[in-house]
Design a protein around this ligand. Structure first.
Ligand code: FDA
Length: 314
């Protein structure tokens, strides 16, 4: 299957430092990156979030970056989140959780040798404290499968003090249905997505249909449970199934939400919001867009063509 091969190839490149150098220096127009990334500065993130909130959507904001092996950079990323939460408070966006933040633990120290997990936990605590002061929440992104146990353990520790901290679970992992059962408890926030990394067959379903049926089983566990499910997908079939499951469970619209990525299916985002669903948009910003953008390319060959055409016509 050529598209599966392209996907695997792009996901391989998303971790390549050499290719990253070439692509970042390529004369890619700002428009290409700007289709998926809100901008580089806190002000850009606040501006995009204000527009989305004004249109009846909610947001979760991600300061781009991942896999840092540099303590200073992990500190700088933590500070960027503190600054962001301050700005959201000033703009009145944080109240009631209209704007929350998403954090990749590998961007705040998890990958550092030795006590990386502990450093990430301390940084995450600072971000959670700032989020609590701002009146909003934090959700931990999920990265490749080698980090899942560590991320769930940090989640567990954080929730002792900040019970509203959420985490992403990835339906492509064979373990995820069981993780959903563990986390489908009162007060627990779980963002369910398909999963975006290159993973071996031993831990992850490879076939798109198998991933979708795992998504349905996981969504069912979460929606039947006591927690707050966040259904993160652009897949029209999965959205319909999740909405039907929520209706069957007689869930109020305020007890779950749909989520999509910035720039992807914006009309569908508006439609779901207009239909009375809570609809949250994941808004990335910052200049470390390479890994994020490559994963979006891998999801859809048409995006890669859009990207290559823009490079070629420069
Ligand atoms: P799928 O990829 O099958 O897409 C369904 C349809 O949506 C496509 O046919 C197309 O119409 C549209 N679409 C999807 N992707 C598109 C794109 N890139 N460009 C244009 N159209 C597109 N992953 C992860 O591993 N860890 C994480 O922490 C997160 N976090 C996260 C948060 C949120 C809010 C979302 C929405 C997604 C994530 N993801 C993630 C990414 C997720 O794992 C997955 O890779 C993407 O959401 C794409 O999968 P879909 O469920 O949308 O289905």
């Amino acid at each position: 299957d050529p598209s599966a091969a392209l996907r695997q190839g792009l996901l391989g490149l998303s971790r390549s430092g050499r290719v990253r150098g070439v692509i970042e220096k390529a004369p890619v127009s700002r428009d290409v990156v700007r289709r998926f990334v809100a901008g580089e500065t806190t002000a850009d993130a606040v501006r995009a979030s204000t527009q989305l909130c004004d249109s009846g959507r909610l947001v979760t904001i991600d300061f781009l970056g991942e896999d840092t092996l540099d303590l200073e950079q992990a500190r700088a990323t933590t500070d960027a989140y503190l600054q962001l939460l301050g700005a959201l408070t000033l703009e009145g966006l944080a109240t009631g959780g209209r704007a929350e933040v998403s954090v990749k633990l590998s961007a705040i120290g998890q990958a550092l040798p030795g006590d990386g997990e502990k450093i990430a936990l301390e940084h995450a605590r600072e971000i959670c404290q700032a989020a609590r002061n701002a009146g909003t929440t934090v959700t931990l992104d999920m990265e490749d499968h080698t980090t899942t146990d560590s991320t769930l353990s940090v989640l567990h520790d954080l929730r002792q003090d900040f019970p509203w901290v959420g985490a992403v679970l990835q339906a492509y992992l064979r373990r995820t249905e069981a993780d959903c059962r563990d986390l489908a408890t009162e007060g627990s926030r779980v963002r369910l997505c398909k999963g975006a990394y290159k993973e071996p067959e031993s831990v992850a379903f490879q076939d798109a249909l198998e991933v979708s049926s795992s998504y349905v089983r996981c969504a069912k566990v979460l929606l039947e449970g006591e927690g707050y499910p966040m259904l993160a997908t652009h897949d029209p079939q999965l959205i319909d199934i999740a909405a039907a499951l929520a209706a069957k469970e007689l869930r109020e619209a305020s007890t779950y939400e749909f989520q999509m990525l910035y720039g992807i299916r914006p009309n569908e985002q508006q439609r779901l919001a207009a239909d009375g669903h809570r609809m949250r948009v994941y808004v990335p910003y910052g200049d470390e867009w390479y890994g994020y953008l490559m994963r979006r390319m891998a999801e859809r060959p048409a995006n890669t063509m859009f990207f290559l055409r823009a490079v070629a016509t420069k």
